[in-house]
Design a protein around this ligand. Structure first.
Ligand code: NAD
Ligand code: TYD
Length: 355
């Protein structure tokens, strides 16, 4: 048995694959196009590990996906691959429509063909797990209850609209064709291998580089934050025990305004890696023009996954954010490579010797 993981070289995908192979010996086939956000260095510790196969390719390539399914006969597809950054979706939405919508459609069609031809136990056990976001539900007012799985979809950015479209496709492929799907909608993740264009790794990298720490608008926008390995354990729980056709909201019960996140990061850095100037990193905070259409608040009601599958996050925000800052301090080369594009050269080095 094996599983096929799309987007496995990205932030959450790589954490998921590393976590999976730490916990069991079931092989993983990783499919990733290695866009700017995909980084094989995230999976470097698996080099030479017979349980892991990396395939460079696009989820929109139907022939490739078909051949991977035929060759490896996975018992599940875990679908992370996506364009994931809201600000990029505002500057250039095209790639978001292609990967997030067309790509999910292609995978669903390939999965449907593969699953239809399976028989008996293999057919009954097969799962297509779709990894999605709380952003599909839109923006909450200060006193609104957190999002449940039955909230209406009100996506506001090109990114969330493309993810909402993909969720609807997954739902329809179950409803119409019986494809055994599950979906999880998760809040903002943080942790190791987070690409430094997103708030938390960007603030850490900029602080250490002596650059300004940009706060969009008034910094009072609220997100719920979940440590990435808790998201991975939630997906494993859904894969193992989730009911087919169901949606599970995943969150950390940890709503926080952006400014508070940035203050926390500055305080941790002041403690763990004080600036040579003796000044607090808080002094680098700068307010910048807000993101157009910026959602004010997201919050997740994660009671369904707790009630049905017994899942709860293992990390609190305090433990998770400290681990995250420590990881970035210990892995400043990773950040430097990503920012300099040096990991692309590493890719060439890695692939030059392969057929
Ligand atoms: P990421 O941008 O770090 O990684 C995405 C990965 O997908 C990259 O490795 C990229 O190379 C790959 N990819 C992109 N287009 C592809 C294509 N056409 N074919 C094959 N591979 C392709 O994203 P992430 O933060 O790891 O998010 C993973 C998934 O989780 C996404 O579906 C995202 O919507 C969802 N999600 C993310 C968060 C979060 O806080 N980051 C929260 C909830 C849900
Ligand atoms: P981000 O990490 O891009 O995730 P998302 O937009 O998917 O929630 O941003 C998290 C929050 O931080 C969001 O409200 C936008 C804000 N933000 C800033 O204030 N400054 C920044 O430089 C970035 C990248 C984000």
């Amino acid at each position: 048995m094996s599983i096929l993981v799309t987007g496995a070289a990205g932030f959450i995908g790589s954490n998921f694959v590393l976590d999976w192979l730490r916990g069991c010996d079931e092989p993983v086939i990783s499919l990733d196009k290695l866009t700017y956000a995909g980084n094989l260095q995230n999976l470097a510790s698996l080099q030479g590990d017979a349980r892991h196969t990396f395939v460079l390719g696009d989820i929109c390539d139907r022939a490739l996906v078909d051949s991977l399914l035929t060759t490896h006969q996975p018992r599940a597809i875990v679908h992370f691959a996506a364009e994931s950054h809201v600000d990029r979706s505002i500057h250039g939405p095209g790639e978001f429509m292609r990967t997030n919508i067309d790509g999910t459609f292609t995978l669903l069609e390939a999965a449907r063909g593969y699953w239809s031809a399976l028989e008996g136990e293999a057919k009954a056990a097969f799962r297509f797990h779709h990894v999605s976001t709380d952003e599909v539900y839109g923006s909450l007012k200060p006193n609104d209850p957190p999002f449940t799985e039955t909230n209406t979809y009100e996506p506001n950015s090109p990114y969330s609209a493309s993810k909402a479209a993909s969720d609807h496709l997954v739902r329809a492929w179950h409803h119409t064709y019986g494809l055994p799907v599950t979906t999880s909608n998760c809040s903002n993740n943080y942790g190791p291998y987070h690409f430094p264009e997103k708030l938390i790794p960007l603030i850490i990298a900029n602080a250490l580089a002596g650059k300004s720490l940009p706060i969009y608008g008034d910094g009072q926008q609220i997100r719920d934050w979940l440590y990435v390995t808790d998201h991975c354990s939630a997906i494993r729980a859904v894969l193992a025990k989730g009911r087919v056709g169901e949606v599970y909201n995943v969150g950390g019960w940890n709503e926080m305004p952006n400014l508070q996140i940035v203050h926390t990061l500055c305080d941790l850095l002041d403690e763990l890696s004080p600036a040579a100037s003796g000044k607090s990193y808080r002094e680098q905070i700068t307010y910048v023009t807000d993101r157009p259409g910026h959602d004010r608040r997201y919050a997740i009601d994660a009671r369904k996954i707790e009630r049905e599958l017994g899942w709860r996050p293992a990390e609190t925000f305090d433990t998770g954010i400290r681990k995250t800052v420590q990881w970035y301090l210990a892995n400043q080369d990773w950040v430097a490579n990503v920012l300099s594009g040096a990991y692309r050269e590493w890719l060439e080095t890695n692939y030059a010797s392969r057929s």
